[in-house]
Design a protein around this ligand. Sequence first.
Ligand SMILES: Cc1ncc(COP(=O)(O)O)c(C=O)c1O
Length: 387
Amino acid sequence: MYNDYLINTYNRMDFIAESGNGCWLTDVNGNTYLDLVAGVAVNSLGHSHPAVVKSIQAQAEKMIHVSNIFWTKEQGELAKKLVELSNHQGVFFCNSGSEAVEGAIKTAIKYGTSKKAEKEKIICFNNSFHGRTIGALSITAQEKYQQPFGSLLKKVKICHFNDLEDVKANMDEDVCAIIVEPVQGEGGIQVATTAFLEGLKMLCEENDSLLIFDEIQCGAGRLGTFFAYEKYGVEPDIICMAKGLGGGVPIGAFIVNEKANVLIKGDHGSTFGGNPFVCAVSKTVIDITGSPDFLETVNEKSAYLKEALFKIEKKYPQFITEVRGEGLMLGIEMKVPVKEVIQEAYKNKVLLISAGSNVIRIVPPLTIEYKEMDVFIDTFNQILETF
Ligand SMILES: Cc1ncc(COP(=O)(O)O)c(C=O)c1O
């Protein structure tokens, strides 16, 4: 296909996307599929949501980009909204999740080394995923992503997810930050316990370290609260966001509280980060996804989908190990190769994606309708019936 012209780093499906509408994607041959991938938890309002389209058109006509040497109303308004929603103090805008994590790492190292030269150790967790740039990759504790990219950042300690004792054993005053995904995405939809996150918060307070939540996949409404941390009632010092924040336009952000507000003029920057185009669209998206009524619908849909999946889990214990997750970020751990299940679903015009080695990841548009969830449930049931 286009292999001859690209650096082929992706394991792509044999699918050429042509257009999208809500929860549905149509390929170049005119076949329409139910899209439960949503650009990997990006298209929170589905494809071509009218409010998003309108916002894109209006902002494109007005102004797409100016340098960050100028102020724009669009960036300012989005920052204000995020600060108000999070109760934090300041936002830096970038273009992707990895960049949000890079910014958080720089903030943490500056915070730590301003106290003590050696205070630059970062604790992360097994099966984490924080991105592909060198800093973010260094704290992405999965060999398949780190190989063969050299020695990466040195002062990183990998602890076991949900194992507070392990973190305690590795925590000391040289730790500048702990970074954790409240729900691990790429690692296989692993949900942190509240006690674990509360424990991390306490350890950070005791050791004057920063607690960073990577909410890039699980934030922006996906768990049924706008910020993932709200689900747990544990406030991090830094929140990393991207994906659903823009509903499809490339935007990332890290949001700091007073303690972590240490970057000053000249410390960080981005040419495109937070340009008026992406900020106007993101504001439109989060005006919807951040509203309590909308979040309530996410919780209701989550309960509906979970109940249906638990029933399937009970019916097919020979195929399913566990159904887990929060909000509309669910995982089905399989005892059979997920690749084959995904392929079968594809034949039945349902698009799915895996997470980890044996988990089907369900991250649909948050606007998915009940009858669309039924299409998936029926298809999944049917696949397992004939497996
Ligand atoms: C939790 C998490 N952090 C960071 C990233 C990296 O984001 P990006 O691909 O936008 O750089 C991802 C991407 O999947 C992610 O899921």
